[in-house]
Design a protein around this ligand. Sequence first.
Ligand SMILES: *Cc1c(COP(=O)(O)O)cnc(C)c1O
Length: 450
Amino acid sequence: MSNTKILLDESELPTHWYNVIADLPTPPAPYLGADGQPVSPEQLGAIFPPGLLEQEISTQRWIEIPEKVRSILRLWRPSPLYRARRLEAILGTPAKIYYKYEGGSPAGSHKPNSAVAQAYYNKIAGIKRLTTETGAGQWGSAISLAGNMFGLEVRVYMVKVSYEQKPFRRSMIQTWGGEVLPSPTTLTAAGRQALENDPNCQGSLGIAISEAVEEAASRQDTNYTLGSVLNHVLLHQTVIGLETRKQLEKVGDYPDVIFAPCGGGSNVGGMMFPFLADKAAGKEIRLVAVEPSSCPTLTRGEYAYDYGDSVGLTPLIQMYTLGHDFMPPGIHAGGLRYHGDSALVSQLYHEGVLEAIAVPQLATFESGVMFSKAEGIVPAPESNHAIHAAIDEALRCKERSEGKTILFTLSGHGHFDMASYDRYFSGELTDQAYPEEALQAALRNLPQVK
Ligand SMILES: *Cc1c(COP(=O)(O)O)cnc(C)c1O
Protein backbone atom coordinates (compact mmCIF):
# COMPACT_ATOMS: atom_id res chain seq x y z
CA MET A 1 0.00 0.00 0.00
CA SER A 2 1.32 3.42 -0.84
CA ASN A 3 0.82 6.88 0.60
CA THR A 4 0.55 5.90 4.24
CA LYS A 5 2.76 8.77 5.31
CA ILE A 6 2.68 11.89 3.15
CA LEU A 7 5.74 14.05 3.69
CA LEU A 8 6.82 17.47 2.49
CA ASP A 9 10.38 18.53 1.96
CA GLU A 10 11.93 21.08 4.35
CA SER A 11 11.89 23.55 1.47
CA GLU A 12 8.09 23.22 1.32
CA LEU A 13 7.61 24.72 4.80
CA PRO A 14 5.14 27.62 4.30
CA THR A 15 6.82 31.00 3.86
CA HIS A 16 3.72 32.97 4.93
CA TRP A 17 0.96 32.61 7.50
CA TYR A 18 -2.60 32.94 6.20
CA ASN A 19 -4.61 35.72 7.87
CA VAL A 20 -8.31 34.85 7.70
CA ILE A 21 -9.33 38.39 8.75
CA ALA A 22 -8.57 39.50 5.17
CA ASP A 23 -11.37 37.26 3.87
CA LEU A 24 -14.05 37.70 6.53
CA PRO A 25 -17.29 39.17 5.12
CA THR A 26 -17.73 41.20 8.35
CA PRO A 27 -14.77 42.64 10.27
CA PRO A 28 -14.14 41.17 13.76
CA ALA A 29 -15.68 43.01 16.73
CA PRO A 30 -13.06 45.08 18.62
CA TYR A 31 -11.76 44.11 22.06
CA LEU A 32 -13.35 46.43 24.65
CA GLY A 33 -12.03 47.93 27.88
CA ALA A 34 -14.01 47.97 31.14
CA ASP A 35 -15.45 51.35 30.03
CA GLY A 36 -17.03 49.72 26.97
CA GLN A 37 -14.65 51.54 24.58
CA PRO A 38 -12.33 49.67 22.17
CA VAL A 39 -8.93 49.06 23.78
CA SER A 40 -6.08 50.96 22.18
CA PRO A 41 -2.89 49.27 20.96
CA GLU A 42 -1.02 51.37 23.58
CA GLN A 43 -3.01 49.74 26.38
CA LEU A 44 -2.21 46.26 25.09
CA GLY A 45 1.40 47.36 24.51
CA ALA A 46 2.02 47.01 28.25
CA ILE A 47 1.96 43.23 27.87
CA PHE A 48 2.41 42.42 24.13
CA PRO A 49 5.16 43.41 21.63
CA PRO A 50 4.35 45.56 18.54
CA GLY A 51 4.86 42.68 16.06
CA LEU A 52 2.12 40.59 17.65
CA LEU A 53 -0.25 43.55 18.17
CA GLU A 54 0.04 44.36 14.45
CA GLN A 55 -0.86 40.79 13.60
CA GLU A 56 -3.78 40.85 16.01
CA ILE A 57 -5.59 43.46 13.89
CA SER A 58 -3.92 43.06 10.49
CA THR A 59 -6.12 42.75 7.40
CA GLN A 60 -3.22 41.66 5.19
CA ARG A 61 -3.98 38.19 3.71
CA TRP A 62 -0.44 36.74 3.77
CA ILE A 63 2.07 37.60 6.50
CA GLU A 64 5.66 36.54 6.00
CA ILE A 65 7.10 34.08 8.53
CA PRO A 66 10.48 35.49 9.65
CA GLU A 67 13.43 33.28 8.64
CA LYS A 68 14.55 32.97 12.31
CA VAL A 69 11.15 31.48 13.13
CA ARG A 70 11.17 29.17 10.11
CA SER A 71 14.63 27.87 10.97
CA ILE A 72 13.32 26.68 14.35
CA LEU A 73 10.03 25.34 12.96
CA ARG A 74 12.12 23.24 10.55
CA LEU A 75 13.31 21.13 13.51
CA TRP A 76 9.95 19.30 13.32
CA ARG A 77 8.09 20.81 10.32
CA PRO A 78 6.67 20.17 7.84
CA SER A 79 4.80 17.66 10.00
CA PRO A 80 3.59 14.39 8.48
CA LEU A 81 0.09 13.74 7.17
CA TYR A 82 -0.95 10.10 7.57
CA ARG A 83 -3.56 8.05 5.83
CA ALA A 84 -5.07 5.92 8.62
CA ARG A 85 -5.27 2.76 6.51
CA ARG A 86 -5.17 0.35 9.44
CA LEU A 87 -7.95 2.24 11.25
CA GLU A 88 -10.03 2.29 8.05
CA ALA A 89 -9.61 -1.50 7.75
CA ILE A 90 -10.58 -2.14 11.37
CA LEU A 91 -13.69 0.02 10.98
CA GLY A 92 -14.48 -1.57 7.63
CA THR A 93 -15.36 1.85 6.27
CA PRO A 94 -15.30 2.87 2.63
CA ALA A 95 -14.24 6.36 3.84
CA LYS A 96 -10.64 7.54 3.61
CA ILE A 97 -9.27 8.89 6.90
CA TYR A 98 -6.29 11.27 7.04
CA TYR A 99 -4.69 12.82 10.11
CA LYS A 100 -2.15 15.60 10.45
CA TYR A 101 0.21 14.74 13.30
CA GLU A 102 1.40 17.66 15.46
CA GLY A 103 2.82 15.50 18.26
CA GLY A 104 6.31 15.43 16.70
CA SER A 105 7.24 18.86 18.04
CA PRO A 106 9.63 18.90 21.02
CA ALA A 107 6.81 19.73 23.44
CA GLY A 108 4.55 17.13 21.85
CA SER A 109 1.73 19.27 20.45
CA HIS A 110 0.92 22.06 17.99
CA LYS A 111 1.57 24.74 20.64
CA PRO A 112 5.26 25.39 19.78
CA ASN A 113 4.13 26.65 16.32
CA SER A 114 2.93 29.81 18.03
CA ALA A 115 5.33 29.79 21.01
CA VAL A 116 8.35 30.16 18.69
CA ALA A 117 6.78 33.10 16.84
CA GLN A 118 5.72 34.79 20.08
CA ALA A 119 9.20 34.44 21.59
CA TYR A 120 10.72 35.89 18.40
CA TYR A 121 8.55 39.04 18.31
CA ASN A 122 9.20 39.64 22.02
CA LYS A 123 12.94 39.19 21.52
CA ILE A 124 13.15 41.75 18.69
CA ALA A 125 11.14 44.20 20.82
CA GLY A 126 13.91 44.05 23.47
CA ILE A 127 11.89 42.06 26.00
CA LYS A 128 13.94 39.96 28.46
CA ARG A 129 11.30 37.90 30.28
CA LEU A 130 8.02 36.19 29.44
CA THR A 131 5.23 35.18 31.80
CA THR A 132 2.40 32.80 31.13
CA GLU A 133 -0.03 30.44 32.78
CA THR A 134 -0.47 26.78 32.12
CA GLY A 135 -3.17 24.30 33.04
CA ALA A 136 -2.31 20.87 31.74
CA GLY A 137 1.27 22.02 31.04
CA GLN A 138 1.31 21.90 27.23
CA TRP A 139 1.58 25.65 26.73
CA GLY A 140 4.00 26.14 29.63
CA SER A 141 6.40 23.63 28.10
CA ALA A 142 6.02 25.10 24.60
CA ILE A 143 6.84 28.65 25.70
CA SER A 144 9.72 27.42 27.88
CA LEU A 145 11.19 25.68 24.82
CA ALA A 146 10.72 28.76 22.63
CA GLY A 147 11.96 31.25 25.24
CA ASN A 148 15.13 29.23 25.65
CA MET A 149 15.74 29.24 21.87
CA PHE A 150 15.71 33.06 21.89
CA GLY A 151 17.50 33.57 25.23
CA LEU A 152 14.43 34.83 27.11
CA GLU A 153 13.65 34.04 30.74
CA VAL A 154 10.31 32.32 31.16
CA ARG A 155 8.12 32.18 34.28
CA VAL A 156 5.15 29.83 34.19
CA TYR A 157 2.29 30.09 36.68
CA MET A 158 1.03 26.53 36.74
CA VAL A 159 -2.38 25.79 38.26
CA LYS A 160 -1.46 24.20 41.62
CA VAL A 161 -3.54 21.05 41.15
CA SER A 162 -1.79 20.32 37.81
CA TYR A 163 1.60 21.25 39.31
CA GLU A 164 1.07 18.43 41.78
CA GLN A 165 -0.58 15.98 39.36
CA LYS A 166 1.69 16.48 36.34
CA PRO A 167 5.27 16.47 37.67
CA PHE A 168 6.76 15.53 34.30
CA ARG A 169 5.33 18.55 32.46
CA ARG A 170 6.93 20.58 35.25
CA SER A 171 10.29 18.84 34.72
CA MET A 172 10.04 19.51 31.00
CA ILE A 173 9.54 23.25 31.61
CA GLN A 174 12.62 23.20 33.88
CA THR A 175 14.71 21.20 31.40
CA TRP A 176 14.34 24.06 28.91
CA GLY A 177 15.28 26.57 31.61
CA GLY A 178 11.84 27.86 32.48
CA GLU A 179 10.79 28.66 36.04
CA VAL A 180 7.54 27.05 37.14
CA LEU A 181 5.53 28.13 40.18
CA PRO A 182 2.39 26.60 41.67
CA SER A 183 -0.39 29.19 41.33
CA PRO A 184 -1.74 30.90 43.40
CA THR A 185 1.59 32.36 44.60
CA THR A 186 2.30 35.08 47.13
CA LEU A 187 4.22 37.05 44.45
CA THR A 188 1.20 38.84 42.97
CA ALA A 189 -1.81 40.69 44.40
CA ALA A 190 -4.15 38.32 42.50
CA GLY A 191 -2.40 35.29 44.04
CA ARG A 192 -2.34 36.75 47.56
CA GLN A 193 -6.05 37.59 47.28
CA ALA A 194 -6.88 34.03 46.20
CA LEU A 195 -4.88 32.62 49.15
CA GLU A 196 -6.54 35.03 51.56
CA ASN A 197 -9.96 33.83 50.35
CA ASP A 198 -8.89 30.20 50.65
CA PRO A 199 -5.48 29.26 52.10
CA ASN A 200 -5.84 25.79 50.50
CA CYS A 201 -6.77 27.15 47.07
CA GLN A 202 -5.83 24.60 44.37
CA GLY A 203 -5.71 27.30 41.71
CA SER A 204 -7.55 27.76 38.43
CA LEU A 205 -6.61 28.82 34.94
CA GLY A 206 -8.38 32.15 35.59
CA ILE A 207 -6.24 32.92 38.67
CA ALA A 208 -3.03 31.85 36.92
CA ILE A 209 -3.81 34.14 33.95
CA SER A 210 -4.43 37.02 36.35
CA GLU A 211 -1.04 36.41 38.04
CA ALA A 212 0.87 36.22 34.75
CA VAL A 213 -0.84 39.33 33.32
CA GLU A 214 -0.34 41.30 36.54
CA GLU A 215 3.40 40.56 36.60
CA ALA A 216 3.86 41.40 32.90
CA ALA A 217 1.93 44.67 33.24
CA SER A 218 4.07 45.76 36.20
CA ARG A 219 7.50 45.20 34.58
CA GLN A 220 9.00 46.98 31.57
CA ASP A 221 11.24 44.06 30.65
CA THR A 222 8.46 41.46 30.84
CA ASN A 223 5.60 40.53 28.51
CA TYR A 224 2.72 38.10 28.72
CA THR A 225 2.07 35.21 26.30
CA LEU A 226 -1.10 33.25 25.60
CA GLY A 227 -1.23 29.83 23.95
CA SER A 228 -4.60 30.06 22.22
CA VAL A 229 -7.69 32.28 21.68
CA LEU A 230 -5.99 35.42 20.30
CA ASN A 231 -5.96 36.16 16.55
CA HIS A 232 -2.16 36.10 16.29
CA VAL A 233 -2.03 32.61 17.84
CA LEU A 234 -4.49 31.25 15.26
CA LEU A 235 -2.49 32.99 12.53
CA HIS A 236 0.71 31.19 13.59
CA GLN A 237 -1.10 27.87 13.60
CA THR A 238 -2.16 28.16 9.94
CA VAL A 239 1.06 26.35 8.97
CA ILE A 240 -0.92 23.21 9.90
CA GLY A 241 -3.66 23.71 7.30
CA LEU A 242 -1.33 25.15 4.65
CA GLU A 243 0.93 22.11 4.81
CA THR A 244 -2.04 19.72 4.85
CA ARG A 245 -3.47 21.26 1.67
CA LYS A 246 -0.16 20.66 -0.13
CA GLN A 247 0.10 17.12 1.21
CA LEU A 248 -3.41 16.23 0.03
CA GLU A 249 -2.68 17.78 -3.37
CA LYS A 250 0.30 15.41 -3.67
CA VAL A 251 -2.00 12.41 -3.38
CA GLY A 252 -4.77 14.03 -5.40
CA ASP A 253 -7.26 14.15 -2.55
CA TYR A 254 -9.47 16.76 -0.87
CA PRO A 255 -11.42 16.53 2.42
CA ASP A 256 -15.23 16.38 2.57
CA VAL A 257 -15.08 17.03 6.31
CA ILE A 258 -12.42 18.22 8.78
CA PHE A 259 -12.52 17.65 12.55
CA ALA A 260 -10.28 19.29 15.15
CA PRO A 261 -10.40 19.34 18.97
CA CYS A 262 -11.44 22.73 20.29
CA GLY A 263 -10.23 24.37 23.50
CA GLY A 264 -9.44 28.00 22.75
CA GLY A 265 -9.67 27.33 19.01
CA SER A 266 -6.04 27.55 17.87
CA ASN A 267 -5.70 24.17 16.15
CA VAL A 268 -9.24 24.51 14.76
CA GLY A 269 -8.31 27.85 13.17
CA GLY A 270 -4.85 26.61 12.20
CA MET A 271 -6.17 23.62 10.30
CA MET A 272 -9.46 25.00 8.96
CA PHE A 273 -8.85 28.63 7.99
CA PRO A 274 -6.68 27.72 4.97
CA PHE A 275 -9.65 25.73 3.60
CA LEU A 276 -12.18 28.56 4.06
CA ALA A 277 -11.54 30.32 0.78
CA ASP A 278 -12.51 27.12 -1.09
CA LYS A 279 -15.70 26.90 0.93
CA ALA A 280 -16.50 30.54 0.18
CA ALA A 281 -15.91 29.76 -3.51
CA GLY A 282 -18.61 27.09 -3.36
CA LYS A 283 -16.61 23.95 -2.55
CA GLU A 284 -18.56 21.51 -0.40
CA ILE A 285 -16.53 20.99 2.77
CA ARG A 286 -17.70 20.69 6.37
CA LEU A 287 -15.49 22.18 9.09
CA VAL A 288 -16.33 20.80 12.54
CA ALA A 289 -14.89 21.85 15.92
CA VAL A 290 -15.13 19.09 18.55
CA GLU A 291 -15.45 20.08 22.20
CA PRO A 292 -16.06 18.17 25.48
CA SER A 293 -19.69 17.91 26.67
CA SER A 294 -18.43 19.01 30.09
CA CYS A 295 -17.08 22.31 28.67
CA PRO A 296 -19.51 22.97 25.78
CA THR A 297 -18.49 26.51 24.89
CA LEU A 298 -19.67 26.67 21.27
CA THR A 299 -22.60 24.27 21.48
CA ARG A 300 -24.17 25.59 24.71
CA GLY A 301 -22.49 28.91 25.46
CA GLU A 302 -23.68 32.41 24.63
CA TYR A 303 -22.22 34.71 21.94
CA ALA A 304 -21.41 37.76 24.05
CA TYR A 305 -18.67 40.05 25.32
CA ASP A 306 -16.81 38.43 28.22
CA TYR A 307 -13.46 38.52 30.01
CA GLY A 308 -10.67 36.12 29.09
CA ASP A 309 -9.78 35.46 32.75
CA SER A 310 -11.83 34.94 35.90
CA VAL A 311 -10.68 38.07 37.74
CA GLY A 312 -11.54 40.45 34.86
CA LEU A 313 -8.06 41.85 34.08
CA THR A 314 -8.21 41.15 30.31
CA PRO A 315 -10.13 43.18 27.74
CA LEU A 316 -13.66 42.05 26.85
CA ILE A 317 -13.77 39.74 23.84
CA GLN A 318 -16.88 38.99 21.78
CA MET A 319 -16.93 35.21 21.77
CA TYR A 320 -18.88 32.12 22.69
CA THR A 321 -18.54 31.84 26.45
CA LEU A 322 -19.82 29.81 29.38
CA GLY A 323 -19.20 32.81 31.65
CA HIS A 324 -15.81 33.87 33.00
CA ASP A 325 -16.49 32.31 36.41
CA PHE A 326 -17.53 29.00 34.89
CA MET A 327 -15.71 26.16 36.70
CA PRO A 328 -15.40 23.18 34.37
CA PRO A 329 -15.44 19.71 35.94
CA GLY A 330 -11.96 18.17 36.30
CA ILE A 331 -11.95 16.35 32.99
CA HIS A 332 -8.76 14.85 31.63
CA ALA A 333 -8.54 16.85 28.44
CA GLY A 334 -7.07 19.76 30.43
CA GLY A 335 -6.35 21.74 27.26
CA LEU A 336 -10.05 21.93 26.45
CA ARG A 337 -11.20 23.33 29.79
CA TYR A 338 -11.55 26.99 28.89
CA HIS A 339 -14.73 29.03 29.41
CA GLY A 340 -14.36 31.02 26.16
CA ASP A 341 -13.23 30.53 22.60
CA SER A 342 -11.30 32.41 19.95
CA ALA A 343 -13.18 35.46 18.62
CA LEU A 344 -12.51 34.38 15.02
CA VAL A 345 -13.71 30.80 15.53
CA SER A 346 -16.74 32.17 17.45
CA GLN A 347 -17.64 34.60 14.68
CA LEU A 348 -17.37 31.95 11.94
CA TYR A 349 -19.46 29.54 14.01
CA HIS A 350 -22.03 32.28 14.61
CA GLU A 351 -22.17 32.95 10.88
CA GLY A 352 -22.71 29.24 10.18
CA VAL A 353 -19.39 28.71 8.38
CA LEU A 354 -17.95 26.37 11.03
CA GLU A 355 -19.95 23.68 12.82
CA ALA A 356 -19.42 22.35 16.35
CA ILE A 357 -20.27 19.18 18.23
CA ALA A 358 -19.74 18.16 21.87
CA VAL A 359 -18.68 14.65 22.85
CA PRO A 360 -18.52 12.87 26.25
CA GLN A 361 -15.18 12.00 27.85
CA LEU A 362 -15.48 8.19 28.06
CA ALA A 363 -16.28 7.83 24.38
CA THR A 364 -13.22 9.93 23.50
CA PHE A 365 -10.90 7.62 25.48
CA GLU A 366 -12.53 4.57 23.92
CA SER A 367 -11.86 5.98 20.45
CA GLY A 368 -8.34 7.08 21.42
CA VAL A 369 -7.45 3.55 22.55
CA MET A 370 -8.93 2.07 19.37
CA PHE A 371 -6.84 4.55 17.35
CA SER A 372 -3.63 3.65 19.25
CA LYS A 373 -4.16 -0.04 18.61
CA ALA A 374 -4.64 0.60 14.90
CA GLU A 375 -2.14 3.38 14.18
CA GLY A 376 0.36 3.11 17.03
CA ILE A 377 0.41 6.72 18.22
CA VAL A 378 -0.98 7.31 21.73
CA PRO A 379 -2.94 10.56 21.41
CA ALA A 380 -3.36 13.39 23.92
CA PRO A 381 -6.80 13.27 25.58
CA GLU A 382 -7.64 16.54 23.75
CA SER A 383 -6.89 14.94 20.38
CA ASN A 384 -9.14 11.99 21.26
CA HIS A 385 -12.11 14.32 20.73
CA ALA A 386 -11.33 14.74 17.04
CA ILE A 387 -10.52 11.04 16.69
CA HIS A 388 -13.90 10.15 18.17
CA ALA A 389 -15.73 12.43 15.75
CA ALA A 390 -13.75 11.04 12.79
CA ILE A 391 -14.50 7.43 13.77
CA ASP A 392 -18.21 8.24 14.14
CA GLU A 393 -18.23 9.83 10.70
CA ALA A 394 -16.38 6.85 9.19
CA LEU A 395 -18.98 4.50 10.69
CA ARG A 396 -21.81 6.61 9.23
CA CYS A 397 -20.08 6.33 5.86
CA LYS A 398 -20.05 2.55 6.32
CA GLU A 399 -23.82 2.44 6.95
CA ARG A 400 -24.46 4.53 3.85
CA SER A 401 -21.69 3.03 1.70
CA GLU A 402 -20.25 6.51 1.19
CA GLY A 403 -16.60 6.90 0.21
CA LYS A 404 -15.97 10.27 1.84
CA THR A 405 -12.60 11.78 2.69
CA ILE A 406 -12.27 12.57 6.40
CA LEU A 407 -9.41 14.65 7.82
CA PHE A 408 -8.59 15.47 11.44
CA THR A 409 -5.85 17.14 13.49
CA LEU A 410 -3.99 14.84 15.84
CA SER A 411 -2.95 17.84 17.92
CA GLY A 412 -0.53 16.04 20.26
CA HIS A 413 0.70 12.82 21.83
CA GLY A 414 -0.41 11.60 25.22
CA HIS A 415 2.91 10.50 26.74
CA PHE A 416 2.48 12.82 29.71
CA ASP A 417 -1.19 11.94 30.10
CA MET A 418 -0.84 8.24 30.87
CA ALA A 419 -2.25 8.79 34.38
CA SER A 420 -5.50 9.78 32.67
CA TYR A 421 -5.40 6.62 30.56
CA ASP A 422 -4.78 4.63 33.77
CA ARG A 423 -7.92 6.10 35.29
CA TYR A 424 -9.85 5.22 32.15
CA PHE A 425 -8.56 1.63 32.23
CA SER A 426 -9.41 1.23 35.92
CA GLY A 427 -12.97 2.44 35.31
CA GLU A 428 -12.55 5.61 37.38
CA LEU A 429 -13.40 8.06 34.61
CA THR A 430 -16.96 9.31 34.36
CA ASP A 431 -18.98 11.45 31.98
CA GLN A 432 -19.97 14.78 33.39
CA ALA A 433 -22.33 16.81 31.29
CA TYR A 434 -22.48 20.40 32.42
CA PRO A 435 -25.73 20.98 34.36
CA GLU A 436 -28.09 23.54 32.81
CA GLU A 437 -28.60 25.42 36.12
CA ALA A 438 -24.85 25.90 36.67
CA LEU A 439 -24.52 27.09 33.08
CA GLN A 440 -27.34 29.60 33.44
CA ALA A 441 -25.86 30.82 36.75
CA ALA A 442 -22.44 31.50 35.16
CA LEU A 443 -24.07 33.24 32.20
CA ARG A 444 -25.98 35.60 34.52
CA ASN A 445 -22.62 37.11 35.50
CA LEU A 446 -21.63 38.16 31.99
CA PRO A 447 -20.36 41.75 32.04
CA GLN A 448 -22.87 44.37 30.88
CA VAL A 449 -21.53 46.12 27.81
CA LYS A 450 -22.83 49.66 27.33
C1 LIG B 1 -3.90 22.98 24.06
C2 LIG B 1 -4.25 21.79 23.29
C3 LIG B 1 -5.48 21.69 22.57
C4 LIG B 1 -6.53 22.75 22.61
O1 LIG B 1 -6.12 24.03 22.31
P1 LIG B 1 -6.60 24.81 21.02
O2 LIG B 1 -6.09 26.17 21.20
O3 LIG B 1 -8.11 24.75 20.99
O4 LIG B 1 -6.00 24.14 19.86
C5 LIG B 1 -5.71 20.56 21.82
N1 LIG B 1 -4.82 19.55 21.77
C6 LIG B 1 -3.65 19.60 22.45
C7 LIG B 1 -2.72 18.44 22.34
C8 LIG B 1 -3.33 20.72 23.22
O5 LIG B 1 -2.17 20.77 23.88
